[in-house]
Design a protein around this ligand. Sequence first.
Ligand SMILES: Cc1cc2nc3c(=O)[nH]c(=O)nc-3n(C[C@H](O)[C@H](O)[C@H](O)COP(=O)(O)OP(=O)(O)OC[C@H]3O[C@@H](n4cnc5c(N)ncnc54)[C@H](O)[C@@H]3O)c2cc1C
Length: 327
Amino acid sequence: MRGILVYLSVHDGRIKRSSLEALSRAREVGASSDMAVEALILNSKATSLADEAFRHGATKVYTLVNPIFDTHLNAPLVTGLTTAINVTMPRLFVAGSTESIKDVLGPLAIRCGAAILPDVASFELSGDDVSCERPVMAAKMMARTKTSHPLVLVSVRSGSYEATPSPSEGSAADIVGIGLDMHTSRLEPVLREVVTTTSDMVDLSEASVVVAAGRGVRDAEGKALIEELASVTGAAIGASRAVVETDLFPATAQIGQTGKVVSPELYFAVGISGAIQHVAGMSNSRVIVAINKDPDAPIFDVATYGLVGDCFKILPILIAELKKVLQ
Ligand SMILES: Cc1cc2nc3c(=O)[nH]c(=O)nc-3n(C[C@H](O)[C@H](O)[C@H](O)COP(=O)(O)OP(=O)(O)OC[C@H]3O[C@@H](n4cnc5c(N)ncnc54)[C@H](O)[C@@H]3O)c2cc1C
């Protein structure tokens, strides 16, 4: 093939937004380099998800149909992706920079003998060179990296590109099943149970609205206000590391350099100072609303709208007004 193969991650039966963003960018790169852009789906329902890939411009969709891919496990995913890369022989393998891709990109590169450009904010192909920009030093600087390796694996940070539909001529005839030589009974470790906390009800890294709490949220009363704002706006709940360390919010909610990277349309930062390690995980948000009683808090430097005051007084009013508007 020597084109671009885009891996589309599936969560809860849907292709992740970050994957469609990566596919949309791959389409632009493919068009300017005259390369085919094909998609790859690993899931028990991969075939029925192919239409979404065609709607976003993939000309062919490779599927590995197996229920083992429906929940994340490193070993089968690495095996499945390695098999697909060996069969399709792409020049570029592109994926959204999801938690599961972060887990497997290293072993995958070793298995395939590939170079990796991980967690990039942008990438392009020019002649033999694949180049990218990626945030480093808690997103204070952008590093430019380039490689001319014949096989390059690229993972793209969510929110770096728009997911734009562009129908291809693809149809059922362009869905190609790939066989998998894997003895699932011999795989270790084995997944026994998936535990989902209530804050995971809306997937944080894919959410279009995020309400994030910081140490200023303080206690159960503050947490209840955060939950109410999240419920009114249909948001996922995030948190700073400082408030996670008080056990008020689970570690899975942490946003930032050592937490999740989010890129919603709307981000509420409540009682969050705006340390660079936190901002590294949310600065790609389209609109940022910060609520902080300190007018000099650094979060206001990145905020689109700033509300200076006590969140315990502001949130009830904001929630009541939003309820009126949204109902
Ligand atoms: C290596 C490393 C990695 C890190 N990774 C992360 C990370 O991934 N994510 C992360 O978040 N942090 C991370 N940190 C920690 C980071 O440096 C900050 O300590 C942390 O983000 C601070 O969290 P905070 O803003 O909630 O708390 P604080 O800095 O204590 O800020 C609390 C804010 O709340 C305001 N406030 C207080 N009461 C109220 C009120 N009633 N109403 C309104 N505002 C109020 C205050 O004015 C203040 O600005 C990391 C640090 C290191 C060294």
